[in-house]
Design a protein around this ligand. Structure first.
Ligand code: FES
Length: 154
Protein backbone atom coordinates (compact mmCIF):
# COMPACT_ATOMS: atom_id res chain seq x y z
CA UNK A 1 0.00 0.00 0.00
CA UNK A 2 1.48 3.33 -0.95
CA UNK A 3 0.59 6.99 -0.97
CA UNK A 4 1.23 9.84 1.39
CA UNK A 5 -2.44 10.10 2.36
CA UNK A 6 -2.42 6.48 3.55
CA UNK A 7 0.54 7.07 5.85
CA UNK A 8 -0.98 10.31 7.12
CA UNK A 9 -4.08 8.32 8.10
CA UNK A 10 -1.93 5.70 9.79
CA UNK A 11 -0.06 8.45 11.67
CA UNK A 12 -3.42 9.74 12.85
CA UNK A 13 -4.45 6.27 14.08
CA UNK A 14 -1.11 5.81 15.84
CA UNK A 15 -1.43 9.24 17.44
CA UNK A 16 -4.86 8.35 18.81
CA UNK A 17 -3.61 5.24 20.61
CA UNK A 18 0.01 6.08 21.37
CA UNK A 19 -0.63 7.03 24.99
CA UNK A 20 -2.40 3.75 25.77
CA UNK A 21 -0.57 1.17 27.88
CA UNK A 22 -0.52 -1.39 25.06
CA UNK A 23 -1.28 0.57 21.91
CA UNK A 24 -0.26 -2.01 19.30
CA UNK A 25 -3.42 -4.14 19.26
CA UNK A 26 -5.74 -1.10 19.14
CA UNK A 27 -3.69 0.40 16.31
CA UNK A 28 -3.74 -2.82 14.28
CA UNK A 29 -7.48 -3.26 14.86
CA UNK A 30 -8.24 0.26 13.68
CA UNK A 31 -6.00 -0.05 10.62
CA UNK A 32 -7.79 -3.27 9.73
CA UNK A 33 -11.21 -1.67 10.19
CA UNK A 34 -10.13 1.03 7.75
CA UNK A 35 -8.50 -1.16 5.06
CA UNK A 36 -10.01 -4.59 5.90
CA UNK A 37 -6.56 -6.17 6.37
CA UNK A 38 -3.01 -5.40 7.49
CA UNK A 39 -0.62 -5.05 4.53
CA UNK A 40 3.01 -6.00 5.17
CA UNK A 41 4.38 -2.54 4.37
CA UNK A 42 1.95 -1.00 6.85
CA UNK A 43 3.10 -3.41 9.56
CA UNK A 44 6.68 -2.35 8.83
CA UNK A 45 5.71 1.30 9.09
CA UNK A 46 3.92 0.74 12.43
CA UNK A 47 6.97 -1.10 13.72
CA UNK A 48 9.26 1.83 12.85
CA UNK A 49 6.89 4.47 14.18
CA UNK A 50 6.39 2.70 17.52
CA UNK A 51 10.01 1.59 17.67
CA UNK A 52 8.90 -2.00 18.22
CA UNK A 53 10.69 -4.91 16.48
CA UNK A 54 8.79 -5.90 13.33
CA UNK A 55 8.84 -9.53 14.54
CA UNK A 56 6.69 -8.42 17.48
CA UNK A 57 4.26 -6.49 15.25
CA UNK A 58 3.96 -9.49 12.91
CA UNK A 59 3.61 -11.77 15.94
CA UNK A 60 0.56 -9.84 17.15
CA UNK A 61 -0.88 -9.49 13.62
CA UNK A 62 -0.74 -13.24 13.05
CA UNK A 63 -1.65 -14.37 16.59
CA UNK A 64 -5.23 -13.09 16.65
CA UNK A 65 -7.57 -14.79 14.18
CA UNK A 66 -9.61 -11.58 13.76
CA UNK A 67 -6.55 -9.82 12.34
CA UNK A 68 -5.78 -10.52 8.67
CA UNK A 69 -2.48 -10.02 6.91
CA UNK A 70 -4.00 -10.98 3.54
CA UNK A 71 -6.82 -9.08 1.86
CA UNK A 72 -10.22 -10.66 2.49
CA UNK A 73 -12.59 -11.32 -0.37
CA UNK A 74 -15.38 -8.96 -1.34
CA UNK A 75 -17.77 -11.34 0.44
CA UNK A 76 -16.69 -12.95 3.71
CA UNK A 77 -18.67 -16.12 4.44
CA UNK A 78 -18.73 -17.19 8.09
CA UNK A 79 -20.14 -20.62 8.85
CA UNK A 80 -21.33 -21.15 12.42
CA UNK A 81 -19.78 -24.23 13.96
CA UNK A 82 -21.19 -24.13 17.51
CA UNK A 83 -23.12 -27.13 18.87
CA UNK A 84 -26.69 -26.38 17.57
CA UNK A 85 -25.37 -25.73 14.07
CA UNK A 86 -22.93 -28.62 14.32
CA UNK A 87 -25.67 -31.18 15.11
CA UNK A 88 -27.78 -29.74 12.28
CA UNK A 89 -25.09 -30.16 9.66
CA UNK A 90 -22.60 -27.29 9.71
CA UNK A 91 -19.87 -29.72 8.61
CA UNK A 92 -21.88 -30.41 5.43
CA UNK A 93 -22.45 -26.68 4.94
CA UNK A 94 -18.72 -26.10 5.08
CA UNK A 95 -18.05 -29.00 2.69
CA UNK A 96 -20.62 -27.69 0.20
CA UNK A 97 -19.12 -24.20 0.31
CA UNK A 98 -15.60 -25.57 -0.10
CA UNK A 99 -16.72 -27.59 -3.12
CA UNK A 100 -18.70 -24.75 -4.69
CA UNK A 101 -16.00 -22.10 -4.18
CA UNK A 102 -12.94 -24.31 -4.65
CA UNK A 103 -11.33 -22.99 -1.45
CA UNK A 104 -10.70 -24.27 2.05
CA UNK A 105 -11.53 -22.64 5.35
CA UNK A 106 -9.39 -19.52 5.81
CA UNK A 107 -8.80 -19.07 2.08
CA UNK A 108 -9.95 -16.49 -0.47
CA UNK A 109 -11.08 -17.40 -3.98
CA UNK A 110 -8.71 -16.51 -6.81
CA UNK A 111 -11.05 -13.87 -8.19
CA UNK A 112 -10.97 -12.17 -4.78
CA UNK A 113 -14.71 -12.53 -4.35
CA UNK A 114 -15.15 -14.97 -1.47
CA UNK A 115 -13.35 -15.65 1.81
CA UNK A 116 -14.47 -18.70 3.77
CA UNK A 117 -14.29 -18.75 7.57
CA UNK A 118 -15.89 -20.47 10.51
CA UNK A 119 -17.28 -18.62 13.48
CA UNK A 120 -19.11 -19.13 16.76
CA UNK A 121 -22.85 -18.70 17.38
CA UNK A 122 -24.52 -16.13 15.14
CA UNK A 123 -27.53 -15.89 17.44
CA UNK A 124 -29.96 -17.63 15.10
CA UNK A 125 -29.75 -21.19 16.49
CA UNK A 126 -33.47 -21.71 15.76
CA UNK A 127 -32.66 -21.85 12.04
CA UNK A 128 -29.43 -23.87 12.35
CA UNK A 129 -27.28 -24.53 10.43
CA UNK A 130 -26.50 -20.91 9.69
CA UNK A 131 -23.92 -18.70 8.03
CA UNK A 132 -23.32 -15.03 7.37
CA UNK A 133 -22.21 -13.39 4.15
CA UNK A 134 -20.81 -10.01 5.16
CA UNK A 135 -23.61 -8.75 7.44
CA UNK A 136 -26.51 -10.85 6.08
CA UNK A 137 -27.47 -14.03 7.98
CA UNK A 138 -28.83 -17.16 6.29
CA UNK A 139 -30.32 -20.17 8.08
CA UNK A 140 -31.90 -23.57 7.36
CA UNK A 141 -29.04 -24.26 4.99
CA UNK A 142 -29.11 -27.23 2.66
CA UNK A 143 -26.91 -27.95 -0.34
CA UNK A 144 -29.53 -26.51 -2.74
CA UNK A 145 -30.15 -23.45 -0.60
CA UNK A 146 -26.41 -22.72 -0.41
CA UNK A 147 -26.17 -22.88 -4.22
CA UNK A 148 -29.12 -20.49 -4.54
CA UNK A 149 -27.57 -18.06 -2.04
CA UNK A 150 -24.15 -18.14 -3.71
CA UNK A 151 -25.80 -17.38 -7.06
CA UNK A 152 -26.91 -14.04 -5.59
CA UNK A 153 -23.28 -13.04 -5.01
CA UNK A 154 -21.50 -14.47 -8.04
S1 FES B 1 -25.07 -22.17 17.16
FE1 FES B 1 -25.15 -21.56 15.12
S2 FES B 1 -26.37 -19.81 15.18
FE2 FES B 1 -26.23 -20.38 17.24
Amino acid sequence: MTGLAVYEEIDEIIGKHQEEKTPLLSILQEIQERWRYLPGDVLGYVSRKLDIPSSMVWGVATFYSFLKTEPAGEYVIRVCCNAPCHVNGSVDVLKTLQKELGIKEGETSRDGKFTLETTSCLGVCGVAPAMMINDVTYGNLSEDRIREILALYR
